[in-house]
Unconditional design. Sequence first.
Length: 608
Amino acid sequence: MSIEKTNRLRIALQKAKAGLELQDEQNKENPSKLGRLLNKPTSLSSERRLVPSQPIHERPLMSAISKEVLGEDIGYQPTIDLENSHPVSRMKNLRERSFDESIPEGSLGDKIGFSSIGQPLWSSILDEQRNMPSNMIPTTMSRPKHGERLHHSTTLSSQTHWPQRLELRQRKTFKQWKVTPENEQATSVCESIIDHLGERHNPHLIIGANEVGKSHLLNATGQSVLRYFDGDVRIIRATELVGASQLPNDWQDAIATTVLLLIDDVHVIAAHEGHAQTVGHLVDHALNLGVHILCTSGTHPQEWPSSRLWGLLRNASASTVQPASEASLVMHIKHQTSLLGMLLEDAHIMQVLNHSGQSWRGVEAAISMLKDAHERGENIVDPEDVITLLTGRSLQPAMRSDSILEPSISLASDILKRATDVVYSEVDAGGIELHATTLDIKEDDWEPTEVSAEDISSANDLLEMHLRTTLEELTPEAPTVLDVDSRDQHLTHQLGTVSGQDIERTADVLAGIDASIDEALAERERLMVRDDLRLRHLEFKMEELLERTAHADANELIDIVDELRVIEHELGLVSEDAMEAFEMEDEEIRIAHLSTIRPTTRLLGEEE
């Protein structure tokens, strides 16, 4: 027995023991004398009392006692809820409540193995695991489903089957649809119709020649609408109406439940006068009900005869499906054959296109035959093998085995023959035959030459000389990839030789430039001489301060420090680092100016 089953049995046993009533405990001899006199057990009972057994959210004590005595709180429910809007809903609630009260929860079935509805407990558990309803009606008593012989849609005589309802199928859907540049516009319009049904392109007309895929696209759109929308999708095929002399008249009920109406080959219906009027009234009624109309046609409505149908569809939005091009068919053939592991060359694909007539149906038929041949184990090597299989013949295994046993030189000659085909000449009328003979390879006695350092240096000198000569002879210069904008080319445009009045202007400009250059140089020299004189003066003052420092007192030292700050400021102005000078300019230099007190004499009046 596994550990999991053992744990399950242990848990079930514990739950069963918890449900049993407590047995009388065997009284053991109490070691206490008073306990023996009072006839008390050895230990206290493990049974939990009322208050300690209550969870925290059920406390305080009064709520726990009221719950134990009075039971759970039950809200009052009237027999009939008069606030409901409809009497049927009130009767329904009354029946449900009376049914629930008639079967109490703690019934006898919980103890003897039956559910509340009388079904065995094991059977109800199985039904629950199988997602089966507990009150499901037996098969013999259930009502017939749609499509059965006894269903009302089959027994009642009705003509609502026209237009024909489109059934959900896996064929002719967008999974089998191939989008090409020729049908990309029509495909995008159909996708827009599916996303915005009844709002965009209503009605819409798909115009194209035969065998371009109009019916496939029409059917794929209908299948997508069936999957994504609730409602019927009905289709009218012109081939079914050609032999009918009169169309059914009771189609109003069918259109009422339709969300999309498909009409295939509507140009054939428009050519029949009676059918065009009837289908025109049907389309008019469908458009008034909001039904989306999607049609296919081989010609434009301008070429149709005048009718009710022509009046409704002449101004409809239209998309054109062009015949498939060779490039689209080639890509389709490569894609389909690559899924089978068949890598065909261009020669094989051209054979398939030539045999199929460059049409979708012909290509699909050819691909089907190639798939059957691939499943039979046929090995397609040459383009002729493709023609053999497409014509219904099988490849001969004897020829295939002989070709495999041929030597390699014959295979090489076949490759050369296929590549060159025939070499024609004006001299030889019969052509030229190519023969390959074996080459007589003699012994090679060549040895590499020894190269010395002098040879290498002389070779380098010769190379440099040739490079220098070649670079000097290069005219004009190699153009650069960097160029100015077209609006600024006049700034760098070379005018060539200066002549006429331009010579005088050029001379004046150059003279002005010369004068400005000389003036700038003179100003620079003047500044340098000034800075030199200032530095010499500062040097002389610093030497003088150095001599004064040796015999200076406190007041003189203060004066010396102030003078040093002035010298430092002037040095900052002269030095290249202008930032020090700027910082010194921000600070206010305070120099103490000592005044001299001189004696004064008072003049008397007589002396004056």
